[in-house]
Design a protein around this ligand. Structure first.
Ligand SMILES: [Zn+2]
Length: 56
């Protein structure tokens, strides 16, 4: 899963494929050119951090 931040309304939208045309669901802006972030990696990192804190 990847995430893009709209350069018009600054809202985040999520998808699975960066290569296809990507329209912001909030303002209908074409954000196909915006660099995608790995949303899945961010979630996994946060979960790992929480788990480590619980163990200590
Ligand atoms: Zn937008």
């Amino acid at each position: 899963m990847i995430r893009k931040t709209c350069d018009n309304c600054k809202m985040h939208s999520y998808g699975s494929n960066e290569s296809k045309k990507w329209i912001c669901p909030y303002c209908q802006n074409d954000i196909s050119h915006v660099k995608a972030e790995g949303a899945t990696n961010v979630v996994l990192f946060n979960r790992t951090t929480l788990f480590d804190k619980r163990k200590k």
